[in-house]
Design a binder for this molecule. Structure first.
Ligand SMILES: Nc1ncnc2c1ncn2[C@@H]1O[C@H](COP(=O)(O)OP(=O)(O)OP(=O)(O)O)[C@@H](O)[C@H]1O
Ligand SMILES: [Mg+2]
Length: 257
């Protein structure tokens, strides 16, 4: 069985973070493992608090995983502080981790800061260079590239600017566009668009986590980055479209679709 690791925060409501990632790995028949970086108190209505896991415990979780069941691929989500980012970067290099999908999480869907503002530079300089695929949403791509994004042409400009920080594939997600949900995959001058109508639903909790862990799943299953993104986007769109409606706010996806 192929194996994957998620390095991310816990979402008590089960729709995003570690929980969404493990459900997604399982739905892809991939064996999932987790390094928890933060415990969030949250539900479909919002995040009420965050407790960062001490850096030493994060490092020991990484050691425990990599000295036993070596993951075939990794998805990285919430890492809130510079010291956590540096610790994870160091361990990924120590263990020569492969197929790293970096979801550059900054702000929760409900508007809660998940990345301390002073950590943005550390994320950009220390982690982007280790990634095989990065998956910023539009506000994150703006923040990382310094380019304001209003149109799909702006997405392309931002992707080109991000090439200065990574040799990996750059996926700028279009979930925050107005009319469509088109995602851009950029690879050394080559742009591929994954076009999609917007699904008319308020239940979009964890779309970003689910997409990135589905990409990691498909990569460990042997698909190319292009195919992995294509299949992951189809999975997220389907998981968003089943009419599952849980909770009082932005409900979770149906990972078992
Ligand atoms: N309403 C929608 N209809 C169709 N696809 C969507 C919709 N919203 C988001 N997506 C898709 O979901 C995926 C995740 O993108 P999104 O921009 O929502 O990420 P995100 O902002 O990081 O999410 P999160 O808030 O969970 O971190 C992308 O493939 C995007 O195109
Ligand atoms: Mg996100």
């Amino acid at each position: 069985m192929k194996t994957a690791l998620t390095i991310a925060g816990s979402d008590s409501s089960g729709g995003a973070g570690i929980q969404a990632d493990l459900k997604t790995f399982t739905a892809h028949k991939v064996y999932g493992m987790s390094v928890i970086t933060a415990i969030t108190a949250q539900n479909t209505c919002g995040v009420t608090d965050v407790h960062d896991v001490p850096v030493e415990i994060v490092k020991k979780q990484m050691d425990a995983v990599y000295t036993d069941i070596v993951p075939d691929g990794v998805k990285i989500g919430m890492l809130s502080s510079p010291k956590l980012i540096l610790a994870v970067a160091e361990k990924l290099q120590e263990y020569q981790a492969e197929k790293i999908v970096l979801d550059t999480v900054m702000i929760s869907k409900s508007g809660f800061d998940l990345l301390k503002p002073e950590a943005v530079n550390t994320l950009r300089s220390e982690l982007l260079k280790l990634a095989y695929v990065i998956t910023p949403n539009i506000p994150e791509a703006e923040r990382l590239s310094g380019i304001k994004i209003e149109t799909k042409e702006d997405m392309l400009k931002a992707a080109k600017a991000l090439e200065a920080y990574t040799d990996g594939y750059i996926l700028i997600k279009g979930g925050h566009l107005k009319d469509t949900a088109d995602d851009l995959l950029y690879d050394h001058g080559k742009a591929d668009w994954f076009l999609s109508e917007r699904v008319d639903t308020k239940n979009t909790h964890g779309t970003g986590c689910t997409l990135s862990s589905a990409i990691a799943s498909n990569l460990v299953l042997g698909y190319s980055p292009f195919e992995a993104v294509k299949r992951a986007k189809e999975y997220v769109t389907r998981a968003m479209s089943t009419g599952l409606s849980l909770g009082h706010g932005a409900g979770p996806l149906n990972h078992m679709v």
